[in-house]
Design a protein around this ligand. Structure first.
Ligand code: GDD
Length: 316
C-alpha cells in the first residue's frame, strides 16, 4: 500500500506521515522548493520526498504517472485565514488549482486511488445560534476568501465523484492543534508568547485578537487517524465533519494555557489581530463520521495544550 501525502512537510502532513509509517504504509510526500523541513527531518530516511508544484498541471501529472499511489491525503493548502484577505487570489488559486490538477491527473491516468481532501469547518462561516452543533447539511455561508476556497474544493470533490466516479472523501475538519502547529494560528501563537515570557525574552504581556470567538478543537493526532479511517471506511463522495463536539471561547483556551504557566502574565488587545469578519462560533457534530467509522477523539484538549506549550518551551 502506497500513500501520497501532499504538504507532507506541514503541520498535519508531518503527523499524517508518522501515522502511516507506524502502519507500515509506504509514504511519498510532496514538497516545494521553499518548504521548511524541520517537521520531517526525524523521518526523512523513511519517506520519499518529491518536489512538486501542485499549481502546475504538468508537475502533478508527472508525479502521479510515476507514483500511482493507492491513497492520496491532500493536505497541502494556504491554510491561514488572515492571509486569505491579504492574498485572496493566491489563496483561491493555490487551494483550488492544486486540487483540480490532482483530480485531472487521476482522471486522465484512470487511477483508482482513494482521495481524502482536507475541507474545513470555516466553510460553514456564519452560523445561527440554533444551528449548533453544526451538521453536514448546514448551509455554507463562508466569511473569508479562505473559506470560499475550501467550499470550492469541497464542491469539486463532490462534482468529480458524480461526473467521473473519482473515489473522493471530503473531510470538514474543525480547528485542530498540537505540537508543530504553525505559530500564526491562535493556540500556537499564545503558547509561543507564553514560552518566550517564561524565558524572559518578552515582557509578561500576551497580545491577543478576538477572544470571544468559540472554536471546537481536536488534537492533530486524532485528526490524522480520522483521515485514515475516512479512506478506509468512509462512503465515497460523502462529506464528514471531524470535530470533538465541544467548544471553548478563545479566552477560555488562553486561560487554560496561562494556568499551565509558571509566571504572572497580562493580556493586551492588538487591533492588527482583528479580522474584517470573524466566524463567531464553530461547534461541530461529528456523529455521521463516528457512526460510519467508529472514530472518536481520544486526546483531551488539556493534554493537547500541554504538549503544545511544551513544544514551544523546547523551541524558543
Ligand atoms: N491567529 C490568531 N491570532 N487568532 C486569534 C488571535 C491571535 O492572536 N486572537 C484571537 N484569535 C481568534 C481568531 O479571530 C479566530 O476567531 C480564532 O482565534 C482562531 O483563529 P486561528 O487559530 O487563526 O484559526 P481559524 O479558526 O481562523 O482557522 C483554523 O481552523 C480552520 C477550521 O475551522 C485554521 O486551522 C484553518 O486552516 C482551518 O480550516
Amino acid at each position: 500500500m502506497k500513500a501520497l501525502v501532499t504538504g507532507i512537510a506541514g503541520f498535519v502532513g508531518s503527523h499524517m506521515a508518522e501515522f502511516l509509517l507506524e502502519r507500515n504504509i509506504e509514504v511519498v510526500g510532496t514538497i516545494r522548493n521553499r518548504s521548511r523541513m524541520e517537521h520531517i527531518t526525524h523521518i526523512q530516511d523513511q519517506i520519499r520526498l518529491i518536489e512538486c508544484e501542485l499549481r502546475d498541471p504538468f508537475s502533478v501529472e508527472s508525479l502521479l504517472t510515476q507514483e500511482k499511489p493507492d491513497l492520496i491525503f491532500h493536505l497541502a493548502a494556504q491554510s491561514f485565514v488572515p492571509t486569505s484577505w491579504n492574498s485572496p487570489i493566491d489563496t483561491i488559486h493555490n487551494n483550488v488549482a492544486g486540487q483540480l490538477n490532482i483530480f485531472e491527473a487521476v482522471r486522465r491516468l484512470n487511477l483508482s486511488c482513494k482521495i481524502q481532501i482536507a475541507c474545513s469547518s470555516e466553510q460553514y462561516g456564519h452560523v445561527e445560534p440554533h444551528e449548533t452543533p453544526i451538521r453536514e447539511e448546514n448551509p455554507l455561508r463562508p466569511l473569508s476568501p479562505y473559506a470560499v476556497s475550501k467550499a470550492a474544493q469541497d464542491y469539486l470533490g463532490y462534482q468529480y465523484y458524480k461526473s467521473y466516479g473519482l473515489h473522493v472523501i471530503r473531510t470538514r475538519t474543525f480547528n485542530h492543534t498540537g505540537p508543530r502547529r504553525g505559530e500564526q494560528f491562535v493556540t500556537s501563537n499564545f503558547a509561543k508568547q507564553i514560552a518566550e515570557i517564561e524565558k524572559g525574552i518578552r515582557p509578561p504581556i500576551v497580545s491577543v485578537g478576538n477572544l470571544s470567538a468559540q472554536r471546537d478543537f481536536t488534537d492533530v493526532r486524532d485528526v490524522v487517524r480520522a483521515y485514515w479511517l475516512a479512506l478506509e471506511s468512509g462512503e465515497v463522495g460523502e462529506c464528514y465533519n471531524i470535530a470533538s463536539g465541544s467548544c471553548v471561547t478563545i479566552r477560555e483556551m488562553l486561560d487554560m494555557l496561562l494556568a499551565m504557566s509558571t509566571v504572572q502574565i497580562d493580556t493586551v488587545p492588538d487591533p492588527s489581530r482583528m479580522r474584517p469578519s470573524d466566524v463567531e462560533i464553530l461547534l461541530g457534530d461529528a456523529s455521521k463520521f463516528e457512526q460510519r467509522t467508529g472514530w472518536k477523539p481520544e486526546i483531551p484538549f488539556e493534554q493537547t495544550l500541554a504538549d503544545l506549550l511544551q513544544y514551544w518551551r523546547q523551541l524558543v
